[in-house]
Design a protein around this ligand. Structure first.
Ligand SMILES: *[C@@H]1O[C@H](CO)[C@@H](O)[C@H](O)[C@H]1NC(C)=O
Ligand SMILES: *[C@@H]1O[C@H](CO)[C@@H](O)[C@H](O)[C@H]1NC(C)=O
Ligand SMILES: *[C@@H]1O[C@H](CO)[C@@H](O)[C@H](O)[C@H]1NC(C)=O
Ligand SMILES: *[C@@H]1O[C@H](CO)[C@@H](O)[C@H](O)[C@H]1NC(C)=O
Ligand SMILES: *[C@@H]1O[C@H](CO)[C@@H](O)[C@H](O)[C@H]1NC(C)=O
Ligand SMILES: *[C@@H]1O[C@H](CO)[C@@H](O)[C@H](O)[C@H]1NC(C)=O
Ligand SMILES: *[C@@H]1O[C@H](CO)[C@@H](O)[C@H](O)[C@H]1NC(C)=O
Ligand SMILES: *[C@@H]1O[C@H](CO)[C@@H](O)[C@H](O)[C@H]1NC(C)=O
Length: 612
């Protein structure tokens, strides 16, 4: 099936207006990345544009022309004093007019502010912690357990999911620093994270339908638990192999955040117990114990199990998935760095932990870039689950969420270590483009916006039929729509922190996403040569482009605004026809996704206003 599908796909691709090899250069870019990565060469890319592009028709290397724009020509008017080399090509490309919201600017800003507060409060209301709520006494929720939603019927989401919990606690981790506190931390929230890790130790050791710790840690692949930590024994899509790596990412982010605030783990446990006059009775007292008790198991699970099939994050398809593999790669990458550079003394004498992680990193990377089939020569976006390409387009918001969760550090520089599938990757951005184009038609709540060049409501994937309770027709999801905004804010932040020109191939396909921002950027019919748009760093055109990206990001959050309740309530979905809340109410992940995109909006704003 795979092969036929591929050929069929390729014919479809070839019928498009450009039979040449632009697609292959997408893959070549990734391979180049591997090369740069493996040779430890500092990345110098960004300015050089597509490299080594050969013209297959003639065997001659094609010439790449820069269309450099420093200032967008105001609509239609070419002033007689314009520079003599101002060419037709430069005048042809324009920024698309965009608006950020369908309500007045200050109304939108006020809503954002309010929704941010509500979202974080609602998220904390779904985590078992006696300092935050009464979930443990009223509902028997374990301390440190995260419920997916308080909804107990139609649908019943009153369980702990390992994936949702890890993502939620990662959001809490990004909120624990507080320079107004003498400790530099919000100790309440530090306690929440400690309880979560402590609770994870219990789940890790509880035998369940996926297995136990023996022989190969398969029990860690169990996706869903009762709120009191007993195993959920009903039939389910198991295992799901994204949970352990996501938990590892969250744990390592927590340790790194503590370290940056100048605290050891021992130290914060002590501070917390004094402040709240309590004994946490944690199953770890030191960082070494936490690593051995919790983190090492999750990392080992990835090393031993990443090749095996499992269910995707939407719990529907058994196979191998881009989202899962990317999370696994990130966990292994952070783990390797930890055992090699941060705590080498925690590795064993033969350095076999870091060695094992190193090997897995190379293998998973190769799987993501080559063997897994996620990069398909007939698609300009990334395919979430290649095995079912016959039944689905492969477009899935999971691609964007995977990129977001694995590119979440607020540090970036041209020299910082590169992790693949960053938000500026053309495969990631074209996945966003593809989802927008399908869903603006698919969901009637978007029809008013379709021709206005505004963000639209996004769902999980175009072929979705889950309605939040059972199956009929899929709907837009809050977490998907927020993810689109977050990608755009992160793209701004990514480029601003690199001090490099913006370089965009003008081939109409590889950079299709950018047609949301620019008009008339398809140059694929301009003969054999290739063209690229170059916008010099911090030129007026560059800044205008960044503002356009920001405006587009805001317009996705504005769509969220249209559908939350007056009290800021979010459920899992909103109805594709009526726009009303649908599916599990107060979905923890919906609030976390909104909060996270708001955090990156602040980062993007800071970058836009920074003097350098
Ligand atoms: C994305 O940014 C990185 C720098 O972090 C750069 O090397 C790469 O070329 C960019 N990718 C694209 C498609 O522009
Ligand atoms: C095209 O622009 C890029 C990025 O600024 C630059 O590195 C390259 O030298 C330019 N090429 C030509 C032929 O001017
Ligand atoms: C928890 O319950 C107590 C009374 O049992 C109540 O006073 C308190 O306000 C409740 N806390 C929350 C966060 O609802
Ligand atoms: C940080 O601490 C100050 C002072 O207690 C408090 O007003 C503020 O809300 C805290 N911020 C966060 C994000 O917890
Ligand atoms: C810590 O964060 C929680 C949740 O946002 C907040 O209610 C509390 O006031 C914060 N604590 C301090 C001391 O700022
Ligand atoms: C932070 O981590 C470094 C190792 O990267 C370590 O040397 C230092 O002691 C840590 N700081 C604290 C407060 O634990
Ligand atoms: C931590 O886990 C242990 C079991 O390993 C449990 O006895 C203890 O109560 C937990 N601590 C909290 C704060 O829940
Ligand atoms: C573009 O914005 C940056 C701040 O992000 C600023 O330093 C620079 O001066 C701006 N460039 C122009 C031409 O206004």
């Amino acid at each position: 099936m795979g092969k036929n599908q591929c050929e069929q796909g390729f014919r479809d691709g070839a019928r498009r207006k450009w039979p040449r090899i632009s697609l292959l250069t997408l893959g070549a870019g990734y391979l180049l990345w591997v090369f740069l990565y493996n040779s430890d060469a500092p990345s110098t890319s960004g300015g050089a544009g597509p490299r080594g592009r050969a013209n297959f028709a003639t065997g001659q290397p094609a010439t790449t022309h820069n269309v450099t724009i420093s200032n967008f020509n105001p609509q239609g008017s070419v002033s007689p004093t314009s520079a003599p080399d101002y060419s037709y090509y430069q005048q042809r490309i324009q920024l698309r007019p965009l608006i950020s919201s369908t309500v007045a600017r200050d109304e939108f800003e006020a809503w954002l502010q309010k929704q941010t507060t509500v979202s974080f409060e609602r998220l904390l209301a779904n985590i078992g912690d006696v300092e935050l709520n009464n979930l443990s006494s009223t509902d028997g929720v374990a301390e440190g357990g995260v419920i997916a939603s308080p909804s107990k019927q139609a649908p019943n989401y009153f369980y702990q999911w390992v994936r949702d919990s890890a993502i939620t606690i990662n959001t809490v981790v990004s909120h624990i620093s507080n320079s107004s506190q003498s400790s530099g931390l919000n100790l309440t929230l530090v306690g929440t994270v400690l309880k979560y890790i402590n609770n994870s130790c219990i789940l890790q050791r509880t035998a369940n339908p996926s297995g136990s710790l023996q022989p190969e840690l398969e029990g860690l692949g169990e996706p869903k638990w009762e709120v009191d930590d007993s195993a959920f024994t009903g039939s389910w899509g198991r295992p799901q192999s994204d949970g352990p790596p996501l938990r590892a990412i969250t744990t390592l982010n927590f340790l790194s955040t503590l370290n940056q605030s100048g605290h050891s783990l021992e130290n914060v446990i002590d501070l917390y117990q004094k402040e709240f006059k309590t004994d946490l009775r944690l199953s770890f007292q030191s960082e070494r114990e936490l690593i051995e008790q919790a983190l090492a198991l999750d990392l080992n699970f990835v090393v031993k199990n990443w090749r095996k099939s499992g269910f995707d994050l939407w719990e529907e398809v058994n196979g191998q998935h881009f989202f899962t593999a990317l999370c696994q790669l990130k966990a292994v990458s952070l783990g390797r760095n930890y055992y090699t550079n941060i705590r080498p003394e925690f590795d064993n004498e033969q350095k076999s932990i870091s060695g094992g992680l190193h090997n897995s990193f190379e293998d998973i990377l190769n799987f993501l870039l080559v063997d897994g089939g996620f990069l398909n020569p007939a698609k300009n976006y990334i395919v979430e689950t290649p095995q079912i390409l016959g039944q689905r387009s492969g477009l899935d918001i999971a691609i964007l969420i995977g990129s977001l969760l694995t590119h979440d550090s607020e540090e970036n520089s041209p020299n910082s270590e590169k992790f693949p599938f960053d938000v500026n990757d053309s495969g990631i951005l074209n996945s966003l483009y593809g989802l927008v184009k399908q869903m603006e038609i698919l969901y009637p709540v978007n029809h008013q916006r379709a021709n206005l060049n505004l963000g639209v409501a996004l769902g999980r994937y175009p072929e979705d039929i889950y309605n939040g309770v059972d199956t009929s027709e899929g709907n837009p999801w809050f977490l998907a729509t927020s993810a689109a905004a977050e990608v755009l804010y992160k793209v701004i932040w990514h480029y601003q922190s690199l001090n490099q020109d913006l370089v965009i191939p003008l081939d109409g396909w590889q950079s299709e996403f950018w047609s949301l921002i620019f008009e008339r950027i398809d140059f694929s019919l301009q003969g054999q040569d290739t063209w690229q748009l170059v916008i010099p760093y911090h030129s007026p055109a560059y800044n205008q482009t960044m503002v356009s990206l920001f405006t587009l990001g805001d317009s996705f959050l504005d769509k969220v605004r249209e559908h939350v309740s007056d009290e800021g309530e979010m459920s899992e979905q909103f109805n594709r026809y009526t726009g009303f809340l649908q599916g599990a109410r107060h979905l923890t992940w919906s609030y976390g996704a909104f909060w996270s995109s708001r955090r990156w909006r602040d980062q993007a704003l800071k970058a836009l206003n920074a003097p350098n």
